[in-house]
Design a binder for this molecule. Structure first.
Ligand code: AMP
Ligand code: GLY
Length: 445
């Protein structure tokens, strides 16, 4: 079968890499892809938002399965357009993608179906939002309702910051129309956890727990980014906690979407804060996470193509019974970014050292933002590379990922040096017999 991956980041490179390993897959295409996906797939010059051309390409080329990486095409109805042409595609339709495209919709679903989340209010008037903030005696997070490339949530420590965030989103319209409405919610403390699940009908198959590092700099300082690194599995995601998350978050979300006549099919991603009171949902995404997908794909042993076909064909029960197969070794992914990201940054910087890393066993460099230029591979995004490594334990995986990072260079390259550190500390404590427990509090990551 021919498969098409839509998107151009590290997540899509990891999906292409994994799909290519499937005996069911005869050819992989990536639209538009990058210099990394070109190693695994045939890049097609069609942007992810160009739904009409993607449909035409899939029809003409006889694509048997399409997987969508980013949220925008899902929110614009790519699944509806493909299904109209009887083309098989993994992902929620436009109505169900609202779960990510509107934070207001997601919060109201959580309220209606008793899914644990931070207390909140919705506003379309900045003055009312400010009055509400003035009356709170706890810190808040101010969130634009619509899609904002993962940057629409402003975590505030003081009232002044929160009032400024309202102005930034609603008055200055920093995220455009996405900020016409906002959610103001209580700021939670705890460890963050990303739980991704495949969903089809009533069936839910959870992937292994992962953790992302959203802040730009070490020790979670600096602005939020799309994600500066990730690892899997996470010690915080104990089997008991994963069962609780399935029961209290995923099952009611899937049930709720059916009740609202928006049945969900595809990848459901719950971004959670594990607080002293238990797991709380920060957000839902309706797709694979980036960079969470990179450590997940390097560990997944189950045939990804068979798994995604099962989602589309309502056959996921088979996998729910047998479970998925994972490499037991942990994986760590370190994102190499361009100086300035998530603000303005330079592109077109030559990347050195990729061939040296290609020789390293159990290390894979997924490309996040690269392209070919005059026969060289150059940077082409804020996030440039996702250096991913397996190790016998988390510390070893981290060491190998950073050993590979040391071989790579481009002008203005920066990265976090503390990916997975908190988990490594936690494991040390556990080994010393000083188990902090899955709900122990520490500053949000
Ligand atoms: P979101 O786009 O809603 O996932 O928010 C992006 C990031 O902001 C999350 O990954 C958290 O790091 C942080 N965040 C969002 N909501 C909250 C909250 N209620 N309390 C603390 N941090 C939050
Ligand atoms: N890593 C966060 C996201 O994919 O939204």
């Amino acid at each position: 079968m021919k498969v098409l991956v839509v998107g151009k980041g590290g997540r899509e490179h990891a999906l292409c890499w994994k799909l290519r390993q499937s005996p069911r897959v005869q050819a992989v295409y990536c639209a538009p892809g990058n210099a990394g996906t070109a190693q695994e797939a045939t890049n097609i010059e069609i942007e992810a938002h160009d739904i009409d051309r993607l449909v035409r390409f899939a029809r003409q080329e006889g694509i048997g399965l399409t997987v969508v990486g980013p949220e925008e095409p899902l929110a614009s109805g790519i699944v509806d357009a493909f299904e109209k042409e009887r083309l098989r595609i993994v992902g929620p339709n436009k109505a169900a993608a609202e779960l990510e495209a509107s934070k207001v919709f997601a919060k109201e679903l959580m309220r209606q179906f008793d899914i644990p989340t931070a207390e909140f209010r919705v506003f379309d008037d900045p003055d009312l939002a400010k009055k509400y903030i003035e009356a709170r005696d706890h810190p808040v997070v101010v969130k634009a309702d619509g899609l904002a490339g993962g940057k629409g949530a402003i975590v505030c420590s003081t009232k002044e910051e929160a009032l400024a965030a309202v102005d930034r989103i609603m008055v200055e319209q920093a995220f455009g129309p996405a900020g016409r409405r906002i959610v103001v919610e209580r700021r939670l403390e705890g460890q963050e956890l990303s739980v991704l699940a495949l969903v089809s009908g009533r069936t839910i198959v959870m992937l292994e727990p992962t953790q992302d590092h959203k802040a730009a700099y070490d020790e979670d300082r600096g602005p939020n980014t799309g994600g500066m690194g990730a690892y899997s599995p996470t010690p915080v995601g104990t089997p008991e906690l994963m069962r609780e998350i399935e029961r209290s978050v995923l099952v009611p979300a899937v049930h709720g979407m059916r009740r609202l006549h928006r049945p969900f099919r595809g990848i459901l991603y719950a971004g959670l804060m594990i607080t002293l009171q238990g797991p709380r949902v920060l957000e839902f995404n309706v797709r694979f996470g980036d960079p969470e997908t990179q450590p997940l794909m390097i560990r997944l042993k189950t045939d990804l193509c068979a798994l995604l076909e099962a989602v589309v064909d309502n056959q996921l029960d088979t996998f729910a019974e047998t479970g998925l197969e994972w490499d037991p070794r942990p994986a760590v992914c370190v994102v190499l970014a361009s100086e300035g990201y998530p603000g303005p940054y330079q592109k077109g910087r030559t990347i050195f050292g990729l061939d040296r890393v290609a020789q390293m066993p159990d290390v894979k460099v997924f490309h996040s933002g690269t392209k070919f230029s005059d026969g060289r591979i150059v940077s082409d995004g804020g996030r440039v590379l996702s250096v991913t490594a397996l190790g016998e334990n988390l510390l070893e995986a981290k060491r190998r990922a950073y050993d590979a990072v040391k071989c790579i260079e481009f002008a203005g390259m920066f990265y976090r040096r503390d990916i997975a550190d908190r988990a490594i500390r936690r494991l040390r404590l556990q080994q010393a017999g000083n188990e902090p427990g899955p709900t122990a509090s520490s500053p949000g990551s």
